[in-house]
Design a binder for this molecule. Structure first.
Ligand SMILES: Cc1cc2nc3c(=O)[nH]c(=O)nc-3n(C[C@H](O)[C@H](O)[C@H](O)COP(=O)(O)O)c2cc1C
Length: 405
């Protein structure tokens, strides 16, 4: 058996190296090769997963160290990364029996858009680092599983192609720079492509200290110039589809001078709704609403922004209170299970985004991996709703949870 597998590997290697093969056939051969090389302690196909962490293990095995480091990283000693997960332990469920939950609906509405579920795909940049099909695989999975997708402006694929693959407009996330013409160019392009919502990320304005990323990167001795050029930000952006035509430089990403009037600038050139992503305090939530934000998005960037040591689920209640129903509240950072998602909905979130969880699926198995992650999270959420006696997203309330301490 082992001999047969070895010969098969040799053959696939030969096929993959043959210049006679088309690119897609070659990728296919490589993917099959990857699958056959997975050690026994890892799942070899998405259907075998018990929870999303099974995809994490495969992703870690498959990705080159620097790419895994990019995915996994936190800041400083990973204080916020850990706090994000720990926060879920402090909230418990209050199951209620004998409620008819034979029919459960996950449908909801967000900024006037009808959604099949409140689970959203967070913007994650440079997805080619995780799979050759990158954001297109994510979009196809989002389409198959009917989820809202938010596209990063550091996407590996142009927004037009991603929208075509998704089959409907995605939301477009923007990292501001000090070069307004670059922002304007992207806003106009996103709107022309069909995007109706812009997600402005405001939590990296003063940089972030990504120690874990550095630790993985220094163990990676591959020649990465084909994708990363000379490793300068300028070279990276030159190869990035959404920055074509921009003159932005590394220094321009220092947006420490940015204030709330940036929303007004966006409104001057775009009619897209504006979601402000990266809010964690009641003060900022109030300012965002006052500045005309159409939704507030609680996030600490998955523990990749500052080492606050404050979990996103812990910041959610004060933001919900400050917003007081005036606009929707979204949240992400650390969500891995249906129970996690349920807890945020019970604390008042209108939608919950996932980042690493779906990227683990992408890195592990491409589109089918992302699909399975989404399918599992919905099934888990439905199960929790059944256990606590809530038949719709609207019915989920503070009554269904308790807080320790
Ligand atoms: C590899 C990676 C890349 C990311 N890129 C972006 C990005 O381009 N824009 C953005 O607003 N957030 C980005 N984020 C943050 C996510 O949108 C989201 O806030 C975070 O992943 C949520 O935490 P989770 O990964 O624990 O689910 C990225 C996160 C990861 C893991």
């Amino acid at each position: 058996m082992a001999k047969l597998q070895a010969r098969r590997r040799e053959f696939l290697k030969f096929l993959a190296a043959s210049p006679l093969l088309t690119v897609s056939a070659r990728l296919l051969a490589e993917e099959t090769l990857e699958t056959s090389e997975l050690p026994d302690y890892l799942i070899s196909k998405p259907e075998d997963a018990l929870d999303v962490f099974d995809f994490h293990s495969v992703a870690k095995h498959r990705l080159p160290p620097a790419h895994y480091g990019y995915l996994a990283t936190g800041t400083d000693g990973n204080e916020t990364l850990s706090a994000n997960r720990r926060a879920f332990e402090n909230v418990y469920l209050r199951p209620m029996r004998m409620v008819d939950t034979s029919e459960i609906s996950l449908k909801t509405t967000l900024l006037g858009q009808e959604l099949e579920s409140p689970i959203v795909l967070a913007p994650v940049g440079s997805q080619r680092a995780f799979h050759a099909d990158a954001e297109l695989a994510t979009a196809r999975a989002a389409r198959a599983q009917q989820h809202l997708q938010i596209l990063s402006n550091v996407t590996s694929n142009p927004i037009e192609d991603v929208i075509a693959a998704r089959g409907e407009p995605v939301w477009f996330q923007l990292y501001p720079t000090t070069q307004w013409p670059t922002a304007r160019m992207m806003l106009e392009r996103a709107q022309a492509a069909g995007a109706r919502v812009i997600v402005l990320t405001v939590d990296l304005n003063s940089g972030s200290n990504r120690v874990l990323l550095g630790q993985y990167t220094r163990t990676d001795d591959r020649d990465c110039s084909a994708c990363h050029g000379d490793h300068s930000v300028e070279d990276f952006l030159r190869m990035n589809p959404m920055y074509q035509g921009s003159r932005v430089t590394f220094a321009d990403f220092d947006t420490s001078g940015m204030t709330w009037d940036y929303l007004e600038r966006i409104r001057e050139v775009s009619s897209m709704k504006i979601v402000v992503k990266g809010i964690v305090t009641r003060e900022d939530a109030a300012s965002a609403v006052a500045a005309g934000a159409d939704a507030v998005y609680v996030s600490n960037h998955g523990g990749r922004a500052e080492a606050s040591g404050w979990g996103a689920l812990e910041s959610l209640p004060e933001v919900v209170e400050a917003v007081n129903g005036r606009v929707p509240v979204m949240v992400d950072s650390g969500f891995r299970r249906g129970t996690d998602i349920f807890k945020a909905l019970a604390l008042g979130a209108d939608a919950v985004s996932i980042g690493r969880a779906y990227i683990w699926g992408l890195a592990a198995f491409g589109q089918p991996g992302v699909e399975k992650v989404l399918e599992m999270l919905k099934a888990e959420l439905r199960m929790v709703m059944g256990q606590v006696g809530a038949t719709s997203v609207d019915e989920i309330s503070a009554m269904h949870i308790g807080t320790r301490g």
